[in-house]
Design a protein around this ligand. Sequence first.
Ligand SMILES: [Fe+2]
Length: 481
Amino acid sequence: MNTSAFPPLFDFSAQLPERDSFMQLLREFAATDAFRSATVDELVLDGDFFRRPLRPEDFSFLQYRKPVRADNVSRLPSLATNRTLLTINELDIARAPGADATAQRHWQAFYSAKPRLLGAQMVPYLEAYAFDYLGNEAQPGEDAQTIGARLRAVIDDEMAAWSNHFDMLMKRDFLENGLRFIMIQRWATLTTRRTALERARASQYFDWLEPTAQPSLASKLPDDTTFARIARMCGVTAPTHSYWQFYLPTTLQRCNLLYALGSRPDRAFALAGAAFVAEAEHLAFGAALLRACAHIAPDAAAQTDFDALSTQLQRRFAQAIDTLVEHHGAAALHTFAQGVAGAQLLGARARWDLGEQLSWLSQIDTYMNYARQIHDRIERDFPDIDRDTFVEPQEMCSTTHVHNEHRLVVIESGDMIFWGNLGMQLKMHPGDMVLIPDGRLHGSTVVSDSCTYHQPIIPNEWIADLKPVPQRAREAVATPG
Ligand SMILES: [Fe+2]
């Protein structure tokens, strides 16, 4: 338990004694029909806001004893926790149901009292578990210059990362597929992040700032119409959370952090700090997107707008710090800095997570080759590796998930379609195999009567021993569906 003058943003040690009752609540919550694992026709949810596949079977073995760390944000505990948190956070968002009886039934079940009550009791544990690692980077007494440098670093780091991502995608002839995955992370969840901020704004979280000085996720570069057009171009057209299964854990975390800080009035200054970072990230993403889609807007014009908007954002940020120093005291300034630093760290981990997923997807044939190298080594050396064999019937759909270790998928009999992106369809037949690195989001479905496949766990040092494979175009194995 932290006893310093400035408490941490989130403190898992204070929640841990509640673990037993939390686990009971979690299992009860996840048993609700709306949260059962996905069926084969639910890979895209077609606008069903009331259906959130949580893979409740994971809660039978996830321990919830050690909180998520910065170095394991992409693993299953983080994914499962953030899916659950976003579901709970949105039980208060009113979404009108369709007219048919099934939609009405889902609507009623989603908003019924039981999940809402269970969810409200679980949130403090889940948030402390998911976010304990955030916000402790800001040192007490950080001055305006240091905090200002944090926001500038966010803008620079985001721009550099997007430039790297888009360069890599173009070089690998994977821009359209990569952009589809990116738009799901950054455009399809924008409504959610806006909602979290607007609810807090309505609750006066930002009233210590003039309305024009407050952080915002309004799209200026580009505007929403252009964002939507680019999303449409790469096949991202369905309403909020239709692509639920394709959100990375760090994408979900970005949404949940704003909800978490926005539901704690004593963290209002931290929310403002995190919201300025969110605004900076959104601005940098928009500018980089326009550059990558230069046929939609001239490159030079985008750069000019970006420079002006970035300068204006940094000026408002500096004004906010001045206001804190002048009117609200050292504790408020520190809480603000915690919010900035926490969101900054989360942003860095999210850039890494997305980069890893895009890199894997864009060279999936390389990972098929890696799988062959590893498989040959297993056959040759007979190491003590459990093959972890599964026999699945036709049409059994695996809700997308991540593993906490590197695994192979090796098909022994039957046929499977494997994916890690909307529209990806890697057709796998007997003898086919692919390497799934630790933390990479994926799912599969069996398309023959049944499919027997093996999933050996691969040690880290074997990954380091893999021989490089020449780069080639990847479109052949990842076509839009
Ligand atoms: Fe898997």
